[in-house]
Unconditional design. Structure first.
Length: 491
C-alpha cells in the first residue's frame, strides 16, 4: 500500500523544523495532508509527491541520469510513488534500481540524514496533452545515500534513461539540492551507524538475544542476535552507543568493551547498514537480567550455532570470533554444564525432552512429521525438542520459535504432564516434560520443512490414529488431570 499520511506528515514536519524558511513554498502540501487526501497519486492536482535518490560516491560526486521524458535533463534517479511503496524512502530506492540498476544493498544511509529527506524541492511540470495532464507541481522528496565500494556497474533503464554522469557537488543540477549538499559535510565516506556487542564468558559460551517476531519493521525477526542498536543524537561515539544499548535492552554493564570489527548487514529498508562490533567478557546469569526487548537471553556454545535460527552473517561473525579465542582456561566448568562430580554408582543419565501443549477451543496443535524424519516419521506429534545445556523452559521457547514461529514468555507456561519412559530396552531412559502455554503470539508456520509437513489443530476428543504413543498418553493424562505417566518399564 502507498505511504501513509502520518508517515509523509512526519517526514515533512521534521524537514520544516530543519528548514523553516521553506514553509511557505510547502504550504499547499501541508494543506493537502491536513485535508486527508492521498498526495502521492500521479493524477492528484494541482500537485503531488515524487521521490528521488541522491547517490554520492567516494569522490563526492552525485549520480545524474538523462531522463528522456524531461528532454534529456540531467536529474537524480527519481519518479512517482507507486502503490507498492510503503514509504517515501522505499520509492526513492525503487527508482534507483529501476533507472540506474543500483540495488538498495549497495546504498548506505548517511549519519546526518539517515531516512530523512535532505531536500524537498517544488518545481513546475508543464501540461502534457498526450497524457491528458494539466500543468501541476511536484513536491520532490530527495533522500541521500552513499555508494558502497563494491557497488555494481550502472545498468540504465533504456526506455527512460539516455545516459548517466557523476557530477561534482558544485555542479549538481538542482539549485536547492546543490545548496544543501554544498553546506553539508557529506563526503561519501561510509561510517558505521550502529553498534553491537559480542559478549562471551571466556569459557566458550556466547550471550545471544532471541528477537521478537511478527512485529512491524523489526530487523532479524525471530532470530538469535547480538545485543545492540543504532546511534542516538546524544551519543558522542559508538562506544557510548553500545554501552547505552546494553543498559537499555538488558540492564547490562560490561567493562572492557573493545572494538572488534566493522560488519555490514541488510536493514529493514534493504539498504546496507555498517555496524561496529565490540567484544567484551561477562560471566553472569541471563535469567537475572531485566530484558526490555525481545524474547530471551541465553548462553550458547558454537556447536549450537548451526541448529539455531540465525542470520548467516551473524553465525559467520561468531564462528570467526570463537576460532580466535584461546582454549578455555583450566578450572571448574560452568555450573549449568558441570560433569566433574561423580554420579552415584548405578545412576543412568536420562534424556530430557520438552513438549508444547497448545489447546484452542478444545483442539490441540499437532504436527505431521516428515516421512524421512529420524524419529516417528509419518506420525503426528506435538511440538517438541531435546534439552541442551539450558533450562527446560528456555529450550521450549527456542524450539517453538525455530520449529513453528511461535513466541511466548517462559513465565507463561505450566508443567502439565511428565512421561517417564523407555521405548526399547537398549534406549536411554527419557523424561518427557509437557508444558501448556497460557498465552502465545503468532500462528504456527512450517519453519523446519525437513521435519514437519504441516501443523493442524485436532479435536482433543478425536486424535489422529497415527499419533506418537507417549504423546497420546500425555494428552489423555492432561485432559484427565493426571500429572504423570510411566511407559515401557517392567515392574
Amino acid at each position: 500500500m502507498p505511504p501513509s499520511l502520518p508517515h509523509i506528515r512526519a517526514l515533512l514536519t521534521g524537514y520544516l523544523d530543519r528548514n523553516p524558511g521553506e514553509r511557505t513554498a510547502l504550504r499547499p502540501l501541508l494543506d493537502a495532508l491536513e485535508a486527508g487526501g492521498d498526495p502521492t497519486g500521479r493524477a492528484v492536482l494541482p500537485g503531488h509527491v515524487t521521490c528521488s535518490a541522491v547517490v554520492i560516491d567516494r569522490d563526492r560526486r552525485v549520480l545524474h541520469i538523462r531522463h528522456k521524458a524531461s528532454g534529456d535533463q540531467l536529474l537524480c534517479p527519481g519518479g512517482h510513488v507507486e502503490a507498492d511503496d510503503d514509504t517515501l524512502l522505499a520509492a526513492a530506492l525503487r527508482e534507483a534500481v529501476e533507472e540506474a540498476g543500483l540495488p538498495p544493498s549497495c546504498l548506505v544511509l548517511t549519519p546526518e540524514f539517515q531516512g530523512r529527506p535532505i531536500d524537498v524541492d517544488v518545481h513546475e511540470i508543464g501540461p502534457s496533452p498526450a497524457k491528458g495532464e494539466e500543468a501541476h507541481q511536484h513536491y520532490d522528496f530527495r533522500f541521500v545515500f552513499y555508494l558502497a565500494d563494491d557497488a555494481p556497474e550502472l545498468a540504465l533503464q533504456a526506455e527512460e534513461v539516455a545516459g548517466a554522469v557523476w557530477l561534482p557537488v558544485e555542479e549538481v543540477s538542482s539549485p536547492t539540492l546543490r545548496g544543501k549538499l554544498t553546506a553539508s559535510a557529506l563526503d561519501g565516506a561510509i561510517v558505521p551507524l550502529n553498534a553491537s556487542a559480542i559478549l562471551h564468558d571466556g569459557r566458550g559460551r556466547y550471550l545471544l538475544h532471541l528477537r521478537d517476531a511478527d512485529k512491524p519493521g523489526i530487523w532479524a525477526p525471530g532470530c538469535w542476535e547480538l545485543l545492540g542498536g543504532g546511534r542516538e543524537p546524544q551519543d558522542q561515539s559508538l562506544r557510548e552507543t553500545i554501552v547505552r544499548e546494553l543498559s537499555e535492552e538488558a540492564g547490562l554493564t560490561v567493562g572492557g568493551l573493545e572494538p572488534y570489527a566493522v560488519e555490514s548487514v541488510i536493514g529493514t529498508d534493504q539498504t546496507r547498514v555498517p555496524i561496529e562490533i565490540f567484544s567484551g567478557c561477562w560471566d553472569g546469569d541471563p535469567a537475572q537480567l531485566q530484558l526490555t526487548e525481545g524474547v530471551m537471553l541465553a548462553w550458547v556454545r558454537p556447536d549450537q550455532f548451526p541448529h539455531m535460527t540465525m542470520l548467516p552473517a551473524t553465525r559467520e561473525l561468531l564462528e570467526r570470533h570463537a576460532a580466535e579465542q584461546p582454549a578455555p582456561a583450566a578450572g571448574p566448568a560452568p555450573p549449568v554444564e558441570t560433569t566433574s562430580a561423580k554420579a552415584p554408582t548405578g545412576t543412568v543419565p536420562h534424556v530430557v525432552g520438552v513438549h508444547l501443549y497448545l489447546e484452542r477451543d478444545g483442539k490441540v496443535l499437532l504436527g505431521l512429521r516428515h516421512p524421512d524424519s529420524a524419529y516417528a516419521g509419518g506420525f503426528w506429534h506435538v511440538l517438541a525438542g531435546h534439552c541442551e545445556a539450558e533450562a527446560a523452559t528456555a529450550c521450549l521457547v527456542r524450539e517453538a520459535r525455530e520449529e513453528a514461529g511461535l513466541v511466548f514468555d517462559p513465565a507463561d507456561v505450566d508443567l502439565v504432564h511428565t512421561v517417564h519412559m523407555r521405548e526399547h530396552p537398549s534406549d536411554p531412559p527419557r523424561i518427557q516434560l509437557f508444558f501448556r502455554a497460557r498465552h502465545w503470539e503468532g500462528a504456527p508456520k512450517r519453519r523446519e520443512r525437513d521435519k514437519c509437513l504441516r501443523w493442524e489443530w485436532w479435536s482433543a476428543k478425536d486424535l489422529p490414529e497415527q499419533l506418537v504413543p507417549y504423546t497420546r498418553a500425555a494428552i489423555e493424562g492432561i485432559r484427565a488431570g493426571r500429572p504423570f505417566t510411566e511407559l515401557g518399564w517392567t515392574r
